[in-house]
Design a protein around this ligand. Structure first.
Ligand code: PGA
Length: 263
């Protein structure tokens, strides 16, 4: 049984005080979320320490949005993975399209980051996804396959078992455009197929999240797809009700399937 996960990527939003309030609201409302859905929040670096205090002892997991590609040393402005582990992070978002696009993150750098994160016991939430022009040119399968192979194929099965994959079509991020459930399902299934080429049956155990303008109104349709195991949420994660509303979709889906099985 794959883990259902709903992760909130706050990006470069909120002050520390606002972030602490948001984290408290997420914890407070998290009781509505089915127990088999893992909630994760990824605040900016500055917020991690106080937010860790808020989520400590709760079911809400803590993630950072990035980490350095070096272990330690003279790398001004960078944050090492052991620092993140030290404040209680269990996850780290890596390879987000904004990092790839605006900060020149290459697959080679991502291999380093993913391995460092795993070595410190953090689970990477590894993002892949095609740009608008790549989809329009019909290259979306090819692009994500390459991203998977360039980074995840460098891992051992033991390392891969701790990876969460997030498929985020770049054209859907923060644009209000969402992949249809059909578009998302077909590419999630393809990602799983590619993972199976290298990792065999383990591919069935890997959670693959959808990201890109996911909100309470479209989450049910997306999460009901067989290969979509949850979401990486940007804008809608900045409001606790919306974030929780997205996670609660899993409850509605399981009720729907229960009702269907009676008919
Ligand atoms: P969005 O962002 O939900 O605002 O589209 C998703 C992401 O970038 O992770």
């Amino acid at each position: 049984m794959r883990k259902h996960i709903v992760a909130g990527n706050w990006k470069m939003n909120t002050t520390v005080a606002e972030g602490v309030e948001l984290a408290k609201a997420v914890v407070e409302h998290s009781a509505q979320v089915p127990a088999d859905v893992k909630l994760i929040i990824a605040p900016p670096f500055t917020h991690l320490y106080p937010v860790a205090e808020v989520v400590k002892g709760t079911a809400v997991g803590l993630s950072s949005q990035n980490c350095a590609d070096k272990e330690k040393g003279a790398y001004t402005g960078e944050v090492a993975v052991n620092m993140l582990a030290g404040v209680g992070c269990e996850y780290v978002i890596l390879g987000h399209s904004e990092r790839r696009e605006y900060y020149g993150e290459t697959d080679a750098k991502l291999v380093e980051k993913v391995k460092l994160a795993l070595a410190q016991g953090l689970s990477p939430i590894f993002c892949i996804g095609e740009k608008k022009e790549e989809r329009e040119a019909g290259r979306h399968f090819e692009v994500v396959t390459e991203q998977v192979k360039n980074v995840l194929f460098e891992l051992t099965p033991e390392q891969m078992a701790n990876i969460i994959v997030a498929y985020e079509p770049v054209w859907a991020i923060g644009t209000g455009l969402t992949a249809t459930a059909e578009q998302a399902q077909e590419i999630h299934a393809e990602i799983r197929k590619v993972l199976a080429e290298k990792f065999g049956e383990l591919a069935e155990e890997i959670s693959i999240l959808y990201g890109g303008s996911c909100k309470p109104s479209n989450a049910k349709e997306l999460f009901a797809c067989p290969d979509i195991d949850g979401g990486l949420i940007g804008g809608a994660a900045l409001k606790a009700e919306d974030f929780i509303g997205i996670a609660v979709s899993f409850l509605l889906i399981s009720c729907y399937f229960k009702v269907c099985s009676f008919l």
